[in-house]
Design a protein around this ligand. Structure first.
Ligand code: MG
Length: 415
């Protein structure tokens, strides 16, 4: 095979289920040789499409597909200002597709290109949740029965909007059933109050450890919603429940508070799905303020930067748990798996359990069994996309502001 060039770059939008998925297809001058990459930014799919089609496409057509590193470095500074989320996702679509192409050219899975496997398969975590402790317990038991060992548990706070657990308070904004502040009005995104939330979360951990026991890994996501000093207190308070990790205790703006957490407890800390800039990430790893980096791989530009963050983290005893909600396409999950198989300092894979319809659009989606995600051994990322089927599921119009959550007095809650 002579030196194939980038012949075209196309952005494919599809929404087979709940999430707007964005995939970039890089086509080459070699007939039949193409690659796929995840560029999913589910809140702004059309912005990313514009960035790929109108800026990266004309910049990159004609480049040799072999030069992934130079393509990433040059595209990253091509618009001078960088480290933004939209360019990150756009760049990731191209970057992952180029790794996919390189793997196909070498007839190797991408984890082999990265240096080979450090493990056979990647343990995954799933997301039991429910309206009360008993309902979460039922789901926890069901997942354990299915072979899952890592479980992120979230329970609804009665009367309040709660991250990770649907239910009362979600839209109506009726608040105050736990004795917290009364809602001054109803907000579309619902009402959140820190103290009732912390009470319900602690009650859940206590319930699960006393009823189900200690023989599973318990994870929890605070989602940055509580005041920073309450976060410091919560980290100390949950130490007794021996979590696998406590996620997003603070916003990136407040992340210096992790220094205080480190001084008072050993609760393992996960952080990073909102990071997009190296300056947010490097000090947290270097100063060992987190135990798990939760970077959203497409948001920072794809496999090329993330394999470097993984290597940096290994040197500081920090492990990887790439952000993997249903807002990461199956192509993105396949890319995450490639890193996880190669990275020695891997923690766990966040798995979204895609419905059948999404899996049909993406033949070759990674298989999950026995609580682990397994590679299929095919060259590149090992996954394909049925474009005709994808076209049957156009992106749905979405009320972007529906999810904004407020305090009982109407002040916005971050994030
Ligand atoms: Mg999270």
């Amino acid at each position: 095979m002579s030196d194939p060039k980038i012949r075209d770059i196309r952005t494919i939008l599809t929404q087979p289920d709940n999430n707007a998925l964005t995939v970039v297809k890089v086509e080459t001058t070699e007939p039949g040789l193409y690659g796929l990459g995840c560029a999913t930014y589910d809140r702004q799919p059309f912005t990313v499409k514009t960035a790929v089609d109108e800026y990266l496409r004309p910049f990159l057509i004609g480049r040799s597909v072999s030069d992934i590193e130079d393509i990433w470095q040059s595209a990253n500074v091509s618009s001078y200002w960088r480290n933004g989320t939209v360019l990150g996702d756009a760049l990731s679509g191209v970057d992952q597709a180029l790794w996919d192409i390189k793997g196909k050219m070498a007839d190797m899975p991408v984890y082999d290109l990265l240096g080979g496997r450090a493990r056979e398969a990647a343990a995954v975590y799933v997301h039991p949740s429910g309206p009360d402790n008993e309902a979460v317990e039922d789901q926890v038991r069901a997942y354990i029965e299915q072979g899952f060992h890592y479980l992120r548990v979230q329970v609804e706070t009665p009367g309040y909007q709660t991250y990770g657990a649907q239910g009362a308070g979600e839209v109506s904004g009726r608040a105050g059933t736990m004795g917290g502040p009364r809602a001054v009005t109803a907000w579309r995104g619902g009402i959140f109050e820190p103290r009732p939330y912390m009470n319900s979360a602690l009650s859940l951990f206590d319930h699960l450890r006393s009823k189900v026991g200690w023989d599973f890994e318990m994870l929890h996501d605070v989602h940055e919603r509580i005041p920073a000093i309450d976060g410091v207190w919560l980290a100390k308070e949950v130490e007794q429940y021996r979590l696998f990790f406590l996620e997003d205790l603070f916003t990136p703006e407040d992340q210096d508070y992790f220094r205080q957490v480190r001084e008072i407890c050993t609760t393992p800390i996960a952080m990073g799905e909102l990071w997009s800039n190296p300056h947010e990430i490097i000090p947290m790893v270097r100063d060992r303020l987190v135990d798990y980096i939760r970077i959203h791989v497409s948001r920072v530009g794809g496999l090329t930067p993330c394999r470097k963050y993984a290597a940096l983290s290994e040197m500081f005893g920090v492990r990887t748990v790439w952000h993997g909600p249903s807002g990461t396409s199956p192509v993105g999950h396949a890319a995450n798996l490639m890193l996880e198989l190669n990275t020695w300092n891997f923690g766990v894979h966040e798995w979204a359990v895609f419905p059948e319809r999404t899996r049909e659009v993406f033949p070759g989606s990674p298989e999950v069994r026995d609580g682990h995600m397994w590679p299929n051994g095919k060259p590149g990322l090992g996954i394909d996309m049925d474009e005709k089927l994808a076209a049957k599921y156009p992106i749905q119009e979405r009320d972007m502001f529906r999810e904004l959550v407020r305090r009982a007095d109407g002040a916005i809650v971050r994030p």
